[in-house]
Design a binder for this molecule. Structure first.
Ligand SMILES: Nc1ncnc2c1ncn2[C@@H]1O[C@H](COP(=O)(O)OP(=O)(O)O)[C@@H](O)[C@H]1O
Ligand SMILES: [Mg+2]
Length: 395
């Protein structure tokens, strides 16, 4: 059996850097249980350096990031003489040649910012590499709470009432924003459009609170979303795995926050901060009526397909705990811990889940490769160019 090299890519300059390190380590441990795979790490430091090396395989080394960086080798993607993408590692010594490793599939384990918003996925596309998770556009849609909500709202998927605005709108017409918030009725919730992990999210009970919450949220993003507060709130999430219209949905979970909002502290730093999303307090499967479970699961699949997602995602819903009315809140195209704890309860072990994600990545890549990407005729050949006006040679 020829082993496949799975490049696990993680870290990045994101507020969720540490969470990504945990997700990647959980995944690398599970991947190495499968003899089909050879695990290779690609760590992007907080400052954006691309690094690889065995030191990245031990979570303990992440306690001192400076030392870790020193013991790793800088690396980048390049093409070998056959046109195949390789990871090229710098080696020390004046005449030393770089070490090159052929990559079969990239397992994207970033959370937030450039790793989850389509930017890194775009780099993989440029290098013709199969990668797990959603494509460039779907990743970007998943990272934009406003556009995702608008697309879903247009299809009749229930979303919470709200409005969005940019920093320039706030600077020019704060009164118009206050007036819109009055229409929603307090309390309202203020959120940065592109962030995650509840960073910059705050509830405002009146205009004064609102002003403060807006100012705070603008420290993180130039685009904000204000919504009506769902209360009493119950949060229900589930994960979807698949591509196009062929997808499966996991059991539902009910995260149990200690505070009013599930804070960054609750989600990631609880229990000594080592277990990522898998450590947060939650009820699995969520103890809610079967009808609600089914409606949420069906809606999750609908949103996944509507946004053109593939691989694995987690979809989060807000439920009015009194009426059981539910709203689609957001999609995470690379969820913390790859939501493995939800799939485990759905009968799919983590090693199998990763295999399915990798298989989907390869299938999606093959689908793209079958399409015509370029033409054999050179449109810049002498004959073709001779008819183009404005070129020096044709004057
Ligand atoms: N409309 C709302 N009503 C009540 N609580 C909300 C609402 N929107 C978000 N929240 C709370 O804030 C948290 C973070 O908001 P969310 O939209 O999920 O952003 P993030 O991307 O930061 O996770 C949610 O998990 C939920 O607890
Ligand atoms: Mg959320």
């Amino acid at each position: 059996m020829k082993q496949k090299t799975i490049l696990t890519a993680f870290g990045g300059s994101s507020p969720e850097h540490e969470v990504s390190v945990i997700t990647a380590h959980q995944a690398m441990a599970a991947l190495s249980e499968n003899r089909e795979y050879i695990v290779k790490p690609l760590y992007i430091s907080k400052s954006g350096r691309w690094l690889t090396g065995d030191a990245l395989l031990d979570l303990k080394n992440f306690e001192n990031l400076k030392n870790l960086e020193k013991s790793c080798s800088p690396c980048h993607f390049s093409l070998n003489e056959f046109g195949l993408t390789v990871l090229s590692e710098e080696t020390k010594g004046f005449f030393a040649k770089p070490i090159v490793t052929r990559i079969d599939t990239v397992l994207t384990a970033f959370h937030g910012s450039n790793g989850e918003n389509g930017a890194f996925q775009g780099v993989c596309e440029m290098f013709n590499l199969p990668y797990t998770g959603s494509n460039v556009l779907s990743s970007a849609l998943g990272m934009d709470k406003v556009i995702a909500k608008k697309l879903c709202g247009n299809e009749g998927i229930p979303v919470v009432d709200g409005f969005d605005f940019f920093e320039a709108d706030w600077a020019k017409k704060p009164d118009a924003i206050f007036a819109k918030a009055d229409v929603l009725n307090y309390p309202v919730i203020v959120k940065p459009v592109h962030l995650g992990s509840s960073i910059g999210v705050n509830v405002a009970k009146n205009r004064e609170d609102l002003e403060q919450a807006i100012e705070l949220a603008f420290r993180y993003d130039r685009h904000l979303l204000i919504e009506k507060v769902v209360s009493p709130l119950m949060e229900i999430n589930c994960s979807v795995l698949g591509s196009d219209s062929r997808c499966k949905v996991s059991v539902c979970e009910k995260p149990l926050g200690k505070e009013e909002l599930l804070s960054f502290q609750d989600k990631y730093l609880a229990e000594e901060g080592s277990k990522g999303m898998a450590a947060a307090d939650r009820e699995i499967p969520a103890d809610i009526p079967a009808k609600l479970t089914n409606s949420i699961q069906d809606t999750a699949k609908q949103v996944f397909t509507l946004l053109g997602c593939s691989g694995l995602a987690r979809l989060d819903f807000l439920v009015d705990a009194e009426s059981n009315k539910f709203y689609f809140n957001e999609i995470n195209t690379i969820p913390g811990s790859f939501s493995f704890y939800l799939w485990k309860e759905s009968g799919i072990a983590f090693t199998l889940l990763l295999k399915k994600m990798i298989d989907i990545a390869n299938e999606e890549h093959q689908k793209k490769s079958r399409q015509i990407q370029s033409y054999d005729t050179n449109l810049l050949s002498k004959k073709a160019v001779s008819g183009i006006k404005g070129l020096k040679a044709n004057k």
